[in-house]
Write a protein that binds this ligand. Structure first.
Ligand code: GDP
Ligand code: MG
Length: 315
């Protein structure tokens, strides 16, 4: 199969039929074999019955219905698990992304050998204050942290090589940072393509202001987890030992001073408290590292590595 579409949605009953028609039209014109996986994330409207209708009409339409709203990352994760096409395309269901971009994205994966092509809504049709500016800030931070030169990390329209989506775990609100996850999984051919963006035709945006805070915390945790999750002691242990060492040296110095030349009590010197603090703080960091190490030892995927190729061995 050439293409899998993974479409996660929440309350998009009006958009779905048109979205389906346009995707199928593009696929027919280009002779792509396809499947369309729609994940209904606990919609309160008729989205699911629309998906049921579509799937009766066309068996290439596959549906997953969540019992309740788990979030976009969860939906995308399930969609990825089901995707069989050589190229996997994620799209928003609200028709803000153009299905007409698909052939070009497909070609970039198959012919130009990219692992991930991320859309870039260079010209956005969203409110400036509540959307565009915050998103510029996010993308700047994400760029700095990850070293990936992308302008629009969170664009809904993306194309992946199939083994890429099987190698990453999208959870929490990590759908915003999928390119970072892909990079951390060891894929290097990541690029972007300018895509046309449309104004929302039906309904309204489902992401409110809470996404600023969540998005920011997720960025921190993604940076930390991908760098240190498998070896937390390296992070905490280094900091802790350093702090402990400084504190220890300060106290040694104060003791020597007291023994040999200082007349008033050691506790009257502010430096004493700094030394004490540094020792306590260092010990705590060290213990945190030790505990984190114990936790990560028992974690189920402590030995989960992504193997690229094997020779004379079963898969
Ligand atoms: N699975 C899932 N999808 C969602 C959720 N909220 C929004 N979406 C989908 O994500 C896409 C983008 O959402 P939208 O509200 O248009 O966000 P905006 O384009 O950033 O304003 C649409 O296809 C929505 O249906 C959610 O809670 N869960
Ligand atoms: Mg939208």
């Amino acid at each position: 199969m050439d293409l899998s579409f993974v479409i996660s949605l929440l309350n998009e009953e009006e958009s779905l039929p048109e979205l389906y028609d346009r995707i199928v039209k593009v696929c027919k014109e280009n002779n792509f074999s396809y499947e369309i996986i729609m994940i209904d994330d606990g919609s309160k409207d008729n989205s699911w019955s629309v998906i049921e209708d579509l799937s009766e009409k066309d068996e290439q339409v596959k549906g997953i219905k969540f019992k309740k709203n788990y979030g976009k990352s969860a939906a995308i994760f399930e969609g990825f698990a089901a995707a069989e096409g050589n190229v996997v395309i994620t799209m928003d269901a609200d028709l803000q992304d153009n299905p007409e971009e698909i052939p070009e994205l497909y070609k970039m994966i198959t012919d130009e050998n990219f692992d991930l092509v991320s859309g870039w809504k260079k010209k956005r049709y969203d409110p400036i204050l509540s959307k565009n500016l915050p998103s510029k800030f996010f993308n700047f931070t994400a760029r700095t942290v990850s070293g990936l030169k992308l302008h629009d990390f969170n664009c809904g329209l993306k194309a992946y090589r199939n083994n890429v989506v099987k190698s990453i775990e999208v959870y929490g609100e990590m759908h915003r940072y999928i390119p970072i996850l892909v990079k951390q999984a060891g894929f290097t051919k990541i690029t972007e393509k300018i895509v046309k963006h449309q104004e929302r035709k039906y309904g309204k945006s489902k992401f409110g202001p809470e996404r600023f805070i969540n998005g920011f915390l997720d960025l921190l945790s993604i940076t930390f987890i991908t760098r240190f999750a498998k070896r937390p002691m390296h992070f905490f242990g280094t900091l802790g030992s350093f702090s402990f060492f400084i504190g220890f040296m300060i106290l040694i110095y104060l003791s020597i001073a007291k023994i040999f030349w200082q007349e008033y009590a050691m506790t009257q010197r502010p430096l004493f408290f700094l030394g004490l603090l540094a020792i306590v703080f260092g010990t705590q960091l060290f213990m945190t590292g030790l505990l984190a190490d114990l936790v990560s030892r028992t974690s189920q995927d402590r030995n989960k590595y992504i193997v690229d190729k094997k020779l004379n061995l079963p898969d």
